[in-house]
Ligand binder design. Structure first.
Ligand code: NAI
Ligand code: MG
Length: 359
């Protein structure tokens, strides 16, 4: 019997629409060739345009609507004429937090044919998965502003770290490390300067580590971590860090592995009590919107992570092999990689490569 998955597609703003459109084409071509499953994709017009029209990025019952889907494919949100904190909290964070997608998984590795800005880095030297705590920490939304406009104006941005929140992300990261060949985990904090929440992170890391004697783990301070990622990339495997720290480190990881246009991410609800969301790491990229040159590979890779999560492992694998075949040929490189291929050309090349990778 054919398996059917209901997918919510939220293209959002800017190049979000271009890359999610390309992603849907690739997914449908893949499903057709595979024959074992179909994708029933519903599009939602949520984003900045909707905000300008109605005063809300998504309807009030939006996250309840999403609960009936098997997975969500997201583009990006953010527009030049709207404050970024409104768009981010009005859509993406709203979905992640309400659907308890607490594990943000961000793989970074050198795809074939891609050059790292790091000198002498070999493909196997940069193969990481960054696990970002996605529900609390610095992005808890707690804080406030008083005395607006006065000389004594004050703002607080409160980080929240809970035992439950840290234990679950730490256990997720150790399990992921255990599933990979090298079985290594680096726990990133800033527990020298931040002496409460970050010290709790360190303590819980040690506790959870005792459940995973087969995982080799170590600790790094986040500032030193940027140096290690640059100078000794081969020493890293799985990395776990707070919401803010991993946000920054994963942009660095994306740049070191070639381009932000290649970097995928999964916002997982590991218990599957609600759907998970898959998206490129990049934003709406106003500077290239409408030019047809956005690199869709990050979205294709995110789509492969979605198939993996849905249990369509063979299709996920087939899509990854197609992506690798495409990036290996410099003809298929978009301007962010120094080439001149368009979104459409890369999409067609990927669909052709899926066909070549017949099982
Ligand atoms: P950005 O990721 O949109 O762009 C940064 C640079 O990378 C730009 O030069 C852009 O052209 C390039 N770039 C990004 N994706 C690319 C792709 N697929 N192919 C080729 N080049 C690509 O980040 P920026 O400029 O900081 O933010 C723009 C807007 O996006 C803001 O409103 C921001 O809040 C929002 N944003 C939304 C995110 C989300 O929805 N998850 C994530 C990051 C930013
Ligand atoms: Mg970011």
């Amino acid at each position: 019997m054919t398996r059917t998955y209901r997918i919510a597609a939220i293209p959002g703003d800017g190049i979000g629409a271009e890359v999610v459109g390309a992603g849907q084409k690739v997914l449908q071509a893949l499903a057709k060739l595979d024959g074992g499953f179909t994708l029933d994709i519903t599009g939602f017009d949520w984003g900045s345009e909707r905000y300008r029209r109605t005063g809300a990025f998504m309807p009030g019952e939006g996250t309840d609507v999403l609960r009936s889907f098997d997975a969500i494919l997201f583009g990006a949100v953010g527009a030049p004429d709207l404050p970024d904190h409104l768009s981010l909290w009005g859509l993406r964070l709203q979905i992640c937090q309400t659907l308890d997608q607490y594990a943000n998984v961000r793989p970074a590795r050198m795809l074939p044919g891609i050059t790292s800005p790091l000198r002498n880095v070999e493909a196997g030297d940069l193969d990481w998965v960054i696990v970002r705590e996605n529900s609390e920490g610095e992005y808890s939304g707690q804080g406030g502003r008083s005395h607006r406009g006065l000389g004594c104006e004050v703002a607080t941005e409160v980080s929240i770290f809970t035992r439950v929140g840290i234990e679950r992300i730490m256990r997720f990261a150790f399990e992921l490390a255990r599933s990979r060949p090298r079985k290594r985990l680096t726990v990133v904090t800033k527990s020298n300067a931040q002496r409460h929440g970050m010290v709790l992170w360190d303590e819980i890391a040690s506790e959870i580590a005792s459940e995973f004697p087969d995982v080799v783990w170590d600790r790094m301070l986040v500032d030193a971590m940027t140096v290690r990622m640059t100078m000794d990339p081969g020493s890293l495997d799985v990395i776990v860090a707070t919401n803010l720290h991993a946000d920054i480190l994963s942009d660095l990881a994306a740049a070191l592995s070639g381009s932000i246009g290649l970097a995928p991410t999964a916002n997982l609800n590991p218990e599957r009590s609600a759907p998970s969301m898959f998206e490129p790491i990049h934003g709406s990229a106003f500077d290239i919107t409408g030019k047809g040159t956005a690199n869709p590979i990050a979205t294709f890779w995110s789509a492969a992570m979605m198939l993996e999560h849905l249990g369509e492992t063979a299709a996920a694998e087939r899509l990854m092999r197609a992506i690798e075949r495409v990036t290996a040929d410099a003809e298929n490189h978009s301007p962010d990689l120094g080439g001149s291929a368009t979104t459409e050309e890369i999409t067609s090349a990927t669909i052709r490569a899926i066909g070549l990778n017949a099982t």
